[in-house]
Design a protein around this ligand. Structure first.
Ligand SMILES: Cc1cc2nc3c(=O)[nH]c(=O)nc-3n(C[C@H](O)[C@H](O)[C@H](O)COP(=O)(O)OP(=O)(O)OC[C@H]3O[C@@H](n4cnc5c(N)ncnc54)[C@H](O)[C@@H]3O)c2cc1C
Length: 369
């Protein structure tokens, strides 16, 4: 069976779903192909951090555009996505780290970005009362927060479908080819054709790009998370450390999500990951040292998600350098959840108008040429 669409999107993570939704808002009728189900991979199992804080400058305009969408996400998708905005705080553990924070904030201000504010020890303890007395300060980004990742991706997928996206789940996009002016993609027993193809295939995006002659330096990784038993409420913002691998968030029910970038072993072909309990123990020990209030908590569950990490830790967003009608949106390197709403808007704008008002020059695929 042959189906005609305005665009074919490969991947039903937050990025594919967001692009589908924003294309519909611009009058396109896309088809979205997902080999498992929407949100099965990184977009459904991440820490839910909605963070402008501590981003590479090349990503900041996109992150700010995304933040504006997060703040009105209920209007866009008809669901709050569990988004709350209690800020994110980066903690410096000593004066050297605080000096690095000071220089970073000053540099951002010179560039016109004011979302990061330096805080001293007193202000840090107002924001995060339970932090160890030895921490001299940090940085806060007050509009940041957190959301429920699976709920968010589902809400974007559902709204995209309501607005006209054809969704195919449980079938892999295969035999991707360009014939004349159209892209053709097989999906199960169907073939779709469209003038536009979006590669939003997450950890599989590099393989798709390479199969179309655009190899990029990307590896598959599996960041781990763990969740604790309930403890009395002691923290509102999401906390990350300047020096050590740790991020930290307490839910309304008292449980605490601990992450920060320690990696499991990914088996991408079988959708499996094997956890590294030694590394998880390291994260638990860091929490134990910095937040005495956590010392009675137990770990109740741990997991990992499969994600693409680029060599320069920046995503690939924008048109192909090689093929007309092909757009890449993958490689989010452990921090693409917050960018999802904005990246979908930018991608739809690029596809519909050939341009975008959001600077993405440092994120295009040709940086690897
Ligand atoms: C444990 C963990 C914690 C994280 N924490 C945060 C955080 O707090 N904040 C933050 O901003 N980011 C975070 N991230 C990163 C974030 O989750 C990812 O960057 C983001 O979800 C990537 O979205 P995506 O749509 O590109 O990829 P994915 O969600 O992986 O979606 C890609 C989809 O493409 C599908 N696909 C692949 N190949 C094909 C094919 N041939 N045919 C059809 N479908 C295909 C896959 O099945 C997959 O569902 C975290 C990631 C992990 C794993």
């Amino acid at each position: 069976m042959m189906g005609r669409a305005d665009a074919i999107i490969i991947g039903g993570g937050i990025h594919g779903c967001s692009t589908a939704l924003h294309l519909c808002l611009r009058g396109f009728r896309p088809v979205l192909i997902e080999k498992d189900y929407a949100g099965r991979h990184a977009s459904g199992v991440n820490a839910g951090g909605v963070r402008q804080l501590a981003r590479h400058v090349a990503e900041i305009p996109l992150s700010i555009r995304s933040m504006d969408i997060w703040e009105t996400v209920q209007d866009l998708v008809g669901d709050s996505c569990g988004f709350d905005s209690h800020g994110q705080v980066l903690v410096a553990e000593d004066e050297d780290e605080l000096d690095i924070c000071r220089a970073r904030v000053a540099d951002l201000h010179l560039r016109g970005f004011t979302h990061e504010e330096l805080v001293d020890g007193k202000e840090l303890r107002c924001l995060v009362p339970a932090v160890a007395e030895t921490c001299p300060g940090g940085v806060v980004s007050r509009r940041d927060g957190a959301a429920d990742p699976a709920r968010t991706t589902t809400a974007f997928r559902r709204r995209a479908e309501e607005l006209g996206t054809i969704v195919r789940e449980g079938v892999a996009a295969a035999h991707i080819r360009r014939e004349g002016k159209l892209w053709h993609v097989d999906a199960g027993g169907e073939t779709f054709e469209a003038p536009v193809l979006v590669n939003a295939a997450g950890a599989w995006g590099g393989q798709i790009a390479a199969s179309l002659g655009e190899s990029v330096p990307v590896e598959t990784v599996a960041p781990m998370l763990m969740i604790t038993s309930r403890v009395p409420e002691f923290i509102k913002p999401v906390v990350i450390l300047r020096g050590r691998k740790l991020s930290f968030k307490q839910f309304a029910n008292g449980t605490v999500l601990i992450g920060g970038g320690h990696l499991a072993t990914p088996y991408q072909d079988t959708n499996e990951t094997v956890l590294d309990w030694q590394k998880l123990q390291e994260s638990a020990r860091t929490v134990w040292e910095l937040f005495p209030v956590m010392r009675g908590a137990t770990i109740v569950r741990a997991w990992a998600g499969i994600e693409a990490r680029m060599k320069d830790d920046l995503p690939v967003i924008g048109p192909s350098a090689k093929h007309e009608g092909l757009f890449h949106q993958f490689g989010f390197s452990l921090h693409g959840f917050q960018l999802g709403p904005g990246a979908g808007a930018v991608m739809a704008e690029l596809i519909a108008t050939g341009n975008t008002n959001t600077p993405i020059d440092g994120l295009r695929i040709e940086r690897f040429a």
